[in-house]
Design a protein. Sequence first.
Length: 216
Amino acid sequence: METLQNIAKAIESGDAAQVRSFTAQALEEGLSAEQILNDGLVAGMAVVGKYFKAGEMYVPEVLTAARAMKAGMELIQPHLAKGAKTSKGKVVLGTVKGDIHDIGKNIVGMMLQGAGYEVIDAGIDVPKEKFAEFVERERPHVVGISALLTTTMGNMRQVIEELEKRNLRTTVKVIIGGAPVTRQFSDEIRADGSASDAASAVDLVNQLLGEDAGRR
């Protein structure tokens, strides 16, 4: 469908006005909100993710594309609410206690939303108890923990230990990310995986959840 292709291309170019215009056109043509979401908006962000991972797009362009996608989401949101909105899964993201960096976390969140996941932002400087409370309340499929400082990396381990203490660890996948994070560290603290960039984080979540999340 040409209109859906136009939506995707407008997201790739970061043109929010065009995304809004083509999304409105798609609704007028009788396309379902879910079809617009999956074959237009999500499809466009998927291409952006591939370019970003290949080093052909950079952070400012990804942020612009994500804002363009949101322009379309605003139009279809009321229509999605009327029907049974499907989601590939729920992800809680937060930056560990002692760390207030959030650019990477925010990009991961936008990319995950673009890939069809429901994302809940726990914020920055998040203590282990708050992470556990989010898991108890929201029942996410994945918790993503971010840290940019080597001095706060240890707090990632504390989050996992808190989840274990509350018998929540088996109910959720835990992934970690941030400049100082390595795969070795991820293994040491018993995380389910780590990602070096936002596109890799989406790949990791897809890999961990497969097709089961939406049926949970």
